[in-house]
Design a protein around this ligand. Structure first.
Ligand code: NAD
Ligand code: UD1
Length: 355
């Protein structure tokens, strides 16, 4: 019998890719999501891609009793916890919502897990916990100092999970600090579907390429970087998802392990514009604006520990990230909105080719 994994936030951008990785690896999956920032069409597509079904529960992780019942009823052995709010700007406006969703949500989840004797957890943290880089690349020992409420919720959760492990050596927890996840599943069926105006770079660039928006605003070209624009460590979401699988498999020892998930390569905003233009064949008009408050010049990972501790490294190039992001955008100009599952037969052929 295969193991059952609970994925919180499973209908979201990263969650849907994690569900694919789990199903493809032979795990069974129960996905829980309150759909506050997602559409359950993503999970229908996940099942179509994998040719296997998963269990979906439309629920909130703050509902401890429900989560407890689910853990028991589905005989869950481990949890991958991605549910949470993630918009930095919004977290400045509504900080308590972030603490309630992210911190209280994790407390309730962990409490349900403890009662159900499920003590293996992979948690979505973020490179945002490092704050202003004091040196590059960022390794896991870099001092922590998030600069916004969203980032602080991630840090509070990391500390809370550490205390939990100190109190009870039954826990096995992996805290994964993601850098900048981009791209989409190569089928073009599952990808990022931001509500409203995207604040992140890749979704904005993709919407300019498809003609939904006219011009990209580049926030500053006077940074101390080779071309003056900001540098980030973009990582393909499929690589990121496979990092969760590696973490799950490596959580043999008691305690908490904290790992960067990044490529180790920095790419500038202009690198992204040029690469996206080249893979899409579309032009991305842009204008240079003032720096965005809170942005740093450069931020990229030291991925050495991930390699040593998890045996994991990213494999996909910037071209592939942009090409896959573009395929998703092209096939789903309005995201999941009003979308059916078109051309099922063609899609299965495509997937077989990539198998
Ligand atoms: P997402 O918004 O697409 O996915 C999060 C999912 O959680 C959504 O489907 C949302 O509906 C669900 N959710 C939110 N609160 C919930 C609750 N209380 N109960 C049940 N479901 C709830 O975001 P994502 O990009 O897939 O991010 C997943 C996780 O990774 C988040 O915790 C985020 O903070 C973290 N992360 C994301 C990035 C990034 O750039 N995308 C970077 C670092 C860390
Ligand atoms: C932001 C968040 C970070 C979060 C991450 C993923 C901030 C300060 N940080 O990271 O906490 O984990 O998103 O959700 O918000 N850019 C443009 N024009 C745009 C959009 C972005 O020039 O329209 C530039 C930015 O100035 C930056 C780079 O592109 O240099 C990447 O920006 P973005 O995708 O928003 O990611 P981060 O700022 O790294």
């Amino acid at each position: 019998m295969s193991e059952m994994i609970l994925v919180t936030g499973g209908a979201g951008y990263i969650g849907s890719h994690v569900c694919i990785a789990l199903l493809d690896a032979g795990f069974d999956v129960v996905a829980v999501d309150n759909l506050s920032n997602s559409n359950k069409a993503s999970l229908e597509r996940v099942q179509s891609i994998c040719g296997r079904s998963l269990i979906f529960r439309h629920a909130d992780i703050r509902n401890e009793e429900l989560i407890y019942d689910m853990l028991r009823a589905c005989a869950v052995t481990a949890v991958i916890h991605l549910a949470g709010l993630k918009a930095v700007g919004d977290s400045n406006v509504r900080p308590m919502m972030y603490y309630e969703n992210n911190v209280l949500g994790t407390m309730r989840l962990v409490s349900a897990m403890k009662r159900a004797h499920v003590k293996t957890l992979v948690f979505s943290s973020s490179a945002t916990v490092y704050g202003m880089p004091r040196y590059l690349p960022l390794d896991e020992k870099h001092p922590l100092g998030p600069t916004n409420p969203y980032g602080r919720t991630k840090l509070v959760i990391e500390e809370m999970l550490k205390d939990l492990c100190r109190s009870d050596d039954g826990w096995r927890i992996g805290s994964l600090r993601y850098f900048n996840p981009v791209g989409a599943h190569e089928s073009g069926l599952v990808g990022e579907d931001p509500l409203g105006v995207p604040s992140n770079l890749l979704p904005f660039v993709a919407q300019v390429a498809i003609g939904r928006r006219e011009t990209l605003q580049i926030w500053g070209n006077d940074y101390d970087t080779p071309d003056g624009t900001g540098i980030r460590d973009f990582i393909h979401v499929v690589d990121l998802a496979s990092g969760h699988l590696s973490a799950l498999r490596q959580l043999g020892q008691p305690g908490l392990i904290t790992v960067n998930l990044g490529t180790g390569n920095g790419s500038s905003v202009l690198d992204i514009v040029r690469t996206f233009e080249s893979v899409s064949g579309r032009s991305i008009p842009y204008e240079i604006r003032e720096r965005r408050a809170g942005d740093v010049a450069a931020c990229y990972a030291d991925p050495t520990f991930a390699k040593n501790a998890l045996g994991w490294a990213s494999t996909r190039s910037l071209e592939q990230m942009c090409a896959d992001h573009w395929r998703w955008q092209l096939q789903n100009p309005n995201g999941y909105q009003g979308s059916e599952l078109p051309k099922v037969r063609e899609r299965s052929r495509h997937l077989r080719r990539h198998a």
